[in-house]
Design a protein around this ligand. Sequence first.
Ligand code: PAF
Length: 308
Amino acid sequence: MDQASSVREEEPAVAEGPAGAAPAVARTREELAAARSRATGTLALVPTMGALHEGHLTLIRRARESADTVVVSIFVNPLQFGPHEDFDRYPRTFADDLAACAAAGADLVFAPAREVMYPAEPQVTIRSGPMGEVVEGAARPGHFDGMLTVVMKLLQLVRPDVAFFGEKDAQQLAMIRRMVADLDVPVRVEGVPTVREPDGLALSSRNRYLSAAERRTALALSEALRAGADAAEAGAEAVLRAARAVLDRVADADPPLELDYLVLVDPATFTEFGPARTGPGVLAVAGRVGATHLIDNMPLRVGSPKES
Ligand code: PAF
């Protein structure tokens, strides 16, 4: 077994030195348990599917600031991909991910194979309930069940004090918060704001699929959200109208944006906001450009001027 694929017994999982030292890597439950038992103080988990970008690194840095030991999990979870989704082509960039984890200050990378995570075909899984069937869940049946199941397993295996998730996946984050509350999981869940390119495109592991022309079309997602947020003071209907006007402009672009949804929802439940309501909401959008499914969202305060 090479050094990068095993926990280095001689080194503690807690990095005392500056960020940059290669993190230990646990491939098996035993290696993870050994590293876990050596960790002292507070422990943070950053669950990922790899193909790490600046958004993930922001999560890892936040975790580094808040805990003594930082564990990053890298596992492309088959349970959360539908039969016609991109599980097989999902980018797997382990060597680069490991270097990125080192630079961001992770102590341990848990990178299990499928058989380690799912030694048997799971029979008992997490049901995401009604919240998992709306918005992104309506477009991707079963996705949130699979996502919650793997997150629950990771929380059980790593036993972190705190776990960090990106607000880019706002519905995912809301559902994880709800699972932790409903099932009394002893972990604190921290959301971290979306990291964007200078032109506004939200960072995503799937951005690397986009050609230059597709990327130009994809920019409409964040532009629509900004337009919606700019209209927030005028109410829910104005928000949706402003965002839709931007999306309409790329419906016939080359390549076009095939819109899956544009919704204004309650941030905690993802139920529809309602035209007369004011207060905090989330404007969420998803669409397909070429073969790539992209999502984005923006928190806003309906009925109040946009915060700069
Ligand atoms: O956001 C992701 O990358 C995944 O959904 C997660 C939380 C790591 C579970 O597989």
